[in-house]
Write a protein that binds this ligand. Structure first.
Ligand SMILES: *[C@@H]1O[C@H](CO)[C@@H](O)[C@H](O)[C@H]1NC(C)=O
Ligand SMILES: *[C@@H]1O[C@H](CO)[C@@H](O)[C@H](O)[C@H]1NC(C)=O
Length: 512
């Protein structure tokens, strides 16, 4: 999709991301205030998103179904792969649709081993998509994200799991994809390519690295990667490029994964192209300027209205520390685009999530053509946090210079309060765990997160009511002028960018 910068009456309006994108941030442990590795980002899908904690499980002789159906943008066949004897507990924001992939879909989250996963588009060259077998088969990006969270005890192991699965069972793609996999020590970018040739490449990120995927990328890559601790790839990553004439040992040019396998000039994929304006490079510079980076800083980066708009399905920020009890991995999650929603802290040991953050029918696949399953009757009767904060987004972005600062500072205040509370919650939890009070610990962290979620929803309701009254009573209500409720393929999504100087970090614009 084409992004453009339009100057309207001296006010800059920007459209900066493709229709389907996602972004992730990795900050190495030497660049953070706490010494933890920090990971943040969002999934950009139209679909509703809901919070889910998947318990650890033991399995006997089962298999796992993976892949895509004929509904996918590149049609495929579902297949089964062997299950492992034990899968780990993990937390994920699930969703129901992206380019026809079968629900529920995940971009990752964090597991009980402290392995965090984020999934980001990375357009590959169009020839790869053309040579993809139709039907294609093998795990999809979402399957890979889940399988890593279920099976990996470290980031490096996560990469090996992806490489092994692609080698054995293939890979179902939509045009090129990357995963960021991180643990307390390091991060890895894994780029999976369409084509059905089992092509993938991975690059390690260390304690002094900052990496923003928007889209995901890997640049220069050593030909002798097999003996290199910082790189992994499929055996054919160099030879295939040579066979295709995409790179030559005699070219005198470095083997650059993005240049060889990435989108070529003039090409398009269903995953969209590069982000031309808010490039990874720009976002990395903005993040570097925050060193030593705190969780609060990374939340500000994820919430940046230049990347956080109607397309951002949720927001996530997680710190990966050494010596963390498996129940105590904490992840901040905003229930929809974090420009319009507060982050709520969740621990992996939480026993349940509130109905309001669970799956609802608003923006969920097939909801417009089927009635509600009575099994979900009460769940659907509850208020949906995703919908509530979308309403905040639509009101707020109708006059962002007036409403955005007020709403944003309320969220920041709310998160500061949570951050203070977390100190006593985690101290208490530590003492309880040391005393063998595992169940009481889980009750405590569950109670705290539920309480914060309740307060967040209360705040959201008050905001929506206030904005609704203010917009209507102040004469600022505007009904639709046309009759198309859905955006056109080239249309700009709702965003809060009007009046924001694109060259300035948002922290300098707080007074607007
Ligand atoms: C951390 O950063 C400092 C300052 O840049 C550097 O001197 C040091 O070697 C780094 N430590 C590690 C473990 O990389
Ligand atoms: C395999 O996939 C193709 C395309 O998605 C579909 O038309 C066909 O029915 C599938 N076959 C089976 C056995 O599912």
């Amino acid at each position: 999709m084409k992004r453009h910068i339009a100057v309207l009456n001296g006010i800059i309006a920007l459209c900066i991301v493709p229709a389907t994108a996602s972004y992730s941030f990795y900050v190495g442990s030497n660049l953070t205030a706490s010494g933890a590795v920090l990971v943040g980002g969002t999934g950009e899908e139209v679909s509703s998103h809901w919070l889910k904690i998947y318990p650890a499980a033991d399995h006997t002789t089962e298999t796992v179904t993976v892949g895509v159906t004929s509904a996918a943008v590149v049609p495929g066949n579902l297949t089964t792969i062997p299950q492992v004897p034990h899968t780990f507990r993990y937390i994920s924001m699930d969703y129901s649709d992206y380019l026809g992939f079968p629900p529920p879909i995940s971009n990752g989250g964090v597991n009980e081993k402290g392995v965090a996963v984020r999934d980001v588009w990375a357009p590959g060259r169009a020839e790869l998509l053309e040579m993809t077998p139709k039907p294609q088969k093998g795990p999809s990006y979402s399957d890979l994200a889940r399988l890593v969270m279920e099976r990996a005890s470290s980031a490096r192991e996560g990469v090996e799991i992806i490489g092994d699965l692609i080698g054995k069972y293939g890979y179902s793609d939509y045009g090129g994809n990357t995963h960021l996999i991180a643990d307390k020590d390091e991060g890895w970018i894994v780029w999976e390519f369409a084509g059905g040739k089992g092509l993938w490449a991975a690059e390690r990120l260390g304690p002094n690295d900052i990496r923003v995927s928007f889209p995901g990328y890997i640049h220069d890559f050593p030909i002798a990667f097999k003996n290199h601790p910082d790189y992994m790839a499929s055996d054919n990553i160099v030879s295939f490029a040579v066979e295709q004439g995409w790179w030559s040992h005699h070219s005198g040019k470095p083997f650059n994964i993005k240049k060889v396998y990435g989108l070529q000039p003039g090409q398009k994929t269903p995953a969209g192209g590069d982000a031309e304006y808010m490039s990874p490079d720009r976002l990395e510079k903005l993040t570097k300027a925050m060193v030593p980076v705190t969780e609060k800083d990374l939340i500000e980066r994820v919430r940046d209205p230049r990347i956080s708009n109607d397309e951002a399905g949720y927001g996530q920020v997680v710190s990966l520390h050494a010596d963390t009890d498996p129940d105590m991995y904490r992840i901040w999650i905003a229930p929809t685009s974090s420009v319009a929603a507060p982050f709520i802290p969740w621990w992996l040991g939480a026993e349940s999530i509130p109905a309001e953050l669970g799956e609802h029918r608003y923006l969920t696949k097939d909801a417009e053509s089927t009635f509600l399953n009575p099994d979900y009757q009460l769940q659907e009767a509850s208020l949906f946090a995703g919908r509530l904060f979308k309403r905040v987004l639509y009101y707020m972005c109708s006059a962002p210079r007036t409403y955005l600062p007020i709403v944003k500072w309320a969220f920041i205040g709310f998160e500061d309060q949570s951050r203070k509370d977390i100190e006593w919650v985690e101290k208490s939890a530590k003492v309880m765990i040391a005393n063998g009070e595992r169940n009481a610990t889980r009750s405590l962290i569950t109670h705290y997160s539920h309480t914060r979620a309740d307060h967040a929803i209360e705040m959201g309701r008050a905001m929506v009511d206030a904005l609704d009254s203010y917009v209507k009573l102040s004469g600022n209500w505007l009904g639709p002028k046309g009759n198309q409720i859905n955006i056109s393929p080239d249309g700009e999504p709702v965003n809060c960018l009007v009046g924001i100087d694109p060259e300035e970090p948002p922290s300098k614009q707080s007074g607007q």
